[in-house]
Design a protein around this ligand. Sequence first.
Ligand code: ARE
Ligand code: CA
Length: 474
Amino acid sequence: QHNPQWWGNRNTIVHLFEWKWDDIAKECEDFLAPHGYAGVQVSPVAENIISEGRPWWERYQPISYKLVTRSGNELEFASMVRRCNDVGVRIYVDVLLNHMSGDFEGTAHGTGGSVAEPRTKSFPAVPYTANDFHPSCEIYDWNDRFQVQQCELVGLKDLDQSSDYVRTQLIEVLDHLITLGVAGFRVDAAKHMAADDLDYIFSNMRDLNTDHGFPKNARPFIYQEVIDHGHETVSRDEYTSLGAVTEFRFSEEIGKAFRGNNALKWLQSWGTAWGFLPSEQALTFVDNHDNQRDGGQGLNYKSPRQYKMATAFHLAFPYGISQVMSSFGFDDRDQAPPQDAQERIISPEFDADGGCTNGWICEHRWRQIYNMVAFKNAVRGTELSNWWDNGDNQIAFCRGNKGFVAFNNNLYDLSQTLQTCLPAGEYCDVISGNLVNGACTGNTVNVDDNGYGYIHIGAEDFDGVLALHVDARL
Ligand code: ARE
Ligand code: CA
């Protein structure tokens, strides 16, 4: 269950965090397919509690498996999956198999009209009763396997996945989504469930739906959220045989490097030598919806120049199953997605350049990011060669004879004639511009008969990266 089931040469997933199903359907057709995105991770789909102010995290507290959330209902979900698959964009659902909601004063009313008594672990709309959960306890010691897997993660009622009844419910939920045409799942809080129990559940899910264009006997793609910085009792390695695993060390290290806390020249050995998982087991990202909020070493849209450079490196370097984050604007006080006075999520609006305007950040619509998604498609299957660096924070490399990329994170210019490995010709730098009707709206680079080109990235330039590839030749 390591195959992401991508269509054609596409190979990048975007997380459209908190988007509505109808908006995602439209985005698949209008933007994602034309720009070569392979798939979308969508926010949790199951009915959740309604929390004061409507923070995004209420969706991680399900009370039933009805597909009704602020993103839309089941019909809208089904229609989105159909429309996205029709244009070759896969849908991956963030699934909550570890828990139901946390404590709630009195009766909780959900987004789908169901009620529950989380305090007594009564979720009649499933139904679950206290017997289906582990006895309550708190996680004090994150290196104690019992606590991590059988106590309550931030107080969320912890399901017992060793029980036949619970397993059956969970498999049914996954099967239902597969029938609707999804390509796979992000498994939330996987570290908090025993790998053996997950193995049982994943092995007993149905095959992907051939009516949605998947081959016969195709298995759902699985990527498990396991946060393991290297010293965890419950380690990421317990889960790699079941599917891919989120590689949080990647996110941390790429943030450090592009923040200037580790020279870019060291990135030459990027990958397993850094303690990361094997490439085909690693789900990689510069930031995700959790760590963009922790204020650590990670980068996010709030440091746009470094963030775009880190993202370009992420998508240019041949390592990992890449995912791009698409956020809404947030600060410490405001954790709700863009919403109206009735607390309905609002649809993104776009400016003349295609950027989002009304509270949505839409990193996936930034030219420097979507053009690197196209770069990754163009160089798919090639190896890295011709690494160059200045011994510090200027680096460059080729991807076969299909792509070339250079970075300058020094406070002085990069001005070098470098081997680009590309066929002779004039190329559009897809970071500073787009190729439109045969002309480049940004800078161009001339590659001579021997593959050399003059590469300039000024210390004061808007972006600290330059990228060329064969599909953007003039
Ligand atoms: C909210 C409130 C809590 C309240 C709870 C129950 O914030 O105060 O107690 O509700 O009422 C998200 C939010 C939580 C939120 C939760 C439910 O982040 O704040 O709680 O939704 O609404 C660990 C887990 C990892 C988990 C992170 C957050 O291992 O799986 O914690 N990540 C996933 C999702 C989250 C989501 C959940 C799980 C829950 O991505 O978005 O929570 O569904 C070290 C450890 C890690 C640990 C990390 C915590 O690195 O190694 O294991 O991650 O610290 O930062
Ligand atoms: Ca658990």
